[in-house]
Design a protein around this ligand. Structure first.
Ligand SMILES: Cc1cc2nc3c(=O)[nH]c(=O)nc-3n(C[C@H](O)[C@H](O)[C@H](O)COP(=O)(O)OP(=O)(O)OC[C@H]3O[C@@H](n4cnc5c(N)ncnc54)[C@H](O)[C@@H]3O)c2cc1C
Length: 468
């Protein structure tokens, strides 16, 4: 059996044998053929079958349910979308409020489903703490971020400023400058969620074929090594693996994110740190860090990984010493008592970044293609909304979801913005990331003179502008 258990701490923790489901051996005629058994594919199937039980829906998965980012992520279920400020900018205040309500409901709807389906995935809704905790400039940038959120119509019940003392009531970091509590965020054990969802859709009558890579897809069907599926609808739900299904790789850049997990920490250590209400946390630099306290009391901590030339996927996630030590350094800045703690697991995964740095949910009715993606590392919640929206679009349900600015109904795939050809992508991506790393190193050194701090932040801010 493939070493799926080694994919992540989360898969390693499952108490099921990970026995592969049957692979596809014969041709099929179905209503909806979904490629990929991650959250996007599974949520799409779930909401399709809940609304239209008569539909014949199959999912074809190259490996096993949860093999992709869905079985590896940091477990933040976010009630927001990457780039939502730009997506919602053209709406009236009332429309924007309705969109925010829809987004904020994501973690709650996930909870309703896991309760209904009996999926135990360590769900806790403690919000997230964005901590200014490494250098003083972080307080300034977090306050500016909060200002921006309030200008969009959000308020204290959504995002709340925490003074250093208030922050310490929730998380004890070495250098607290302040922080934001974001209310609409929950945490889960990601693999338990994706595996439980796979079982739930099977109970609804969806067939999942594993160890069955799709080699070709087109309007009206798809092909695997041994079989052909004819289908009214094809739903490629492969996000960070889009290069495997041309031409989707033009629209989704596969980038990596990498995590480490400590061994379970003692109750005394957690008393020092806090995070007793299931809060997720981030140290708010441009390294895109995310952490949570797992149900078995480990510290889970991740940060942005890299991008490989020509969008080559990374398959080997045995992290190098440098990759592990960077993450140890970052969480050790917050919790010096953990600088020498044993790291029991390290892993990573591929995620999809769209050229507009914002998600899309696309329905091309004429060609029978529906897809959702471009979550850019914020896809646990977004894929739920994506799957639910695709189900509405396919079934022609007139819901609030299908009227959102991230829904594309005209123009098919061409409506998505394509990435520039290589070497522009690689050079561009790496130039941006280098400016972020340089900024971080400059600001983390207290001896850096003010003019150099300003320059480093100015350059990084300018480069970040290209990500919009
Ligand atoms: C390390 C990491 C940490 C993250 N942390 C967070 C987080 O804390 N919060 C958050 O909101 N988001 C996070 N994300 C992003 C989030 O996990 C993803 O956006 C989300 O899981 C995407 O789900 P998906 O179903 O679209 O894709 P995936 O889960 O990647 O599923 C795609 C599936 O398609 C299959 N597949 C690929 N090619 C083929 C083919 N040719 N034929 C058949 N099957 C194929 C794959 O095997 C895979 O199972 C993280 C991502 C990573 C990698």
């Amino acid at each position: 059996m493939p070493a799926w258990r080694n994919i992540s701490l989360w898969m390693d923790q499952l108490d099921e044998p990970l026995t592969p489901r049957a692979s596809l051996e014969q041709d099929l005629d179905v209503d909806v053929a979904i490629v990929g058994a991650g959250y996007t594919g599974l949520w799409t199937a779930y909401y399709l079958k809940r609304q239209a039980p008569q539909l014949n829906v199959v999912i074809v998965e190259a490996q096993t349910a949860g093999f992709g980012a869905s079985g590896r992520n940091g477990g933040w279920v976010m009630g927001n979308l990457l780039g939502e400020d730009r997506l919602l900018a053209g709406l009236s205040p009332e429309q924007r409020r309705a969109s925010f309500d829809l987004l904020h409901d994501i973690p709650d709807e996930v909870k309703r489903v896991i309760d209904r389906e009996g999926i135990d995935c360590d769900y806790r809704k403690g919000g997230a703490l964005y901590c200014a905790a490494r250098y003083p400039e972080q307080e300034h940038s977090l306050r500016a971020y909060l200002d921006k959120l309030y200008k969009q119509g959000l308020n204290e019940s959504d995002y709340r400023w925490l003074s250093p003392e208030q922050l310490a009531g929730q998380i004890r970091v070495a250098r607290p400058y302040g922080g934001i509590h974001a209310a609409h965020i929950a945490t889960v054990q990601p693999a338990k969620l994706v595996r439980g969802l796979a079982r739930a859709v099977e109970r609804l009558g969806v067939r999942i074929f594993e160890n069955t890579p799709v080699t070709d897809w087109h309007s009206g069907g798809l092909r695997t090594a041994r079989a052909l599926i004819r289908s009214r609808w094809v739903v490629p739900a492969v996000e960070g693996y889009s290069v495997t299904l041309p031409p989707l790789g033009r629209y989704q850049l596969p980038v990596q994110s990498l995590l480490v997990a400590t061994e379970p920490l003692s109750a005394a250590t957690w008393d020092e740190i806090g995070l007793s209400q299931g809060q997720a946390f981030s140290e708010s630099s441009r390294q895109v860090t995310y952490g949570q306290r797992s149900a078995d009391n480990r510290l889970i901590f991740g940060a942005r990984g890299g991008y490989r030339f020509a969008g080559r996927l990374r398959h080997d996630f045995d992290l190098t010493d440098n990759e592990i030590e960077l993450r140890r350094y970052l969480f050790g800045e917050l919790f010096p008592q953990l600088k020498k703690v044993r790291i029991s697991h390290s892993w990573g995964g591929n995620l999809g970044m769209s050229r507009r740095f914002q998600p899309h949910m696309l329905c091309d009715r004429a060609n029978g293609i529906a897809l959702s993606g471009g979550y850019g590392g914020e896809g646990v919640g977004a894929s739920h909304l994506g799957g639910r929206t695709l189900a509405d679009l396919i079934l022609e349900q007139d819901s609030e979801r299908v009227r959102q600015p991230w829904v594309i109904r005209e123009g098919g795939l061409q409506a998505l913005k394509a990435w520039e050809p290589e070497p522009c992508r690689w050079l561009g991506y790496n130039a941006i990331i280098r400016s972020f790393v340089h900024e971080d190193q400059t600001l983390a050194n207290p001896n850096t003179p003010p003019w150099r701090r300003k320059l480093a932040s100015g350059v990084a801010g300018f480069m970040e502008g290209f990500m919009q």
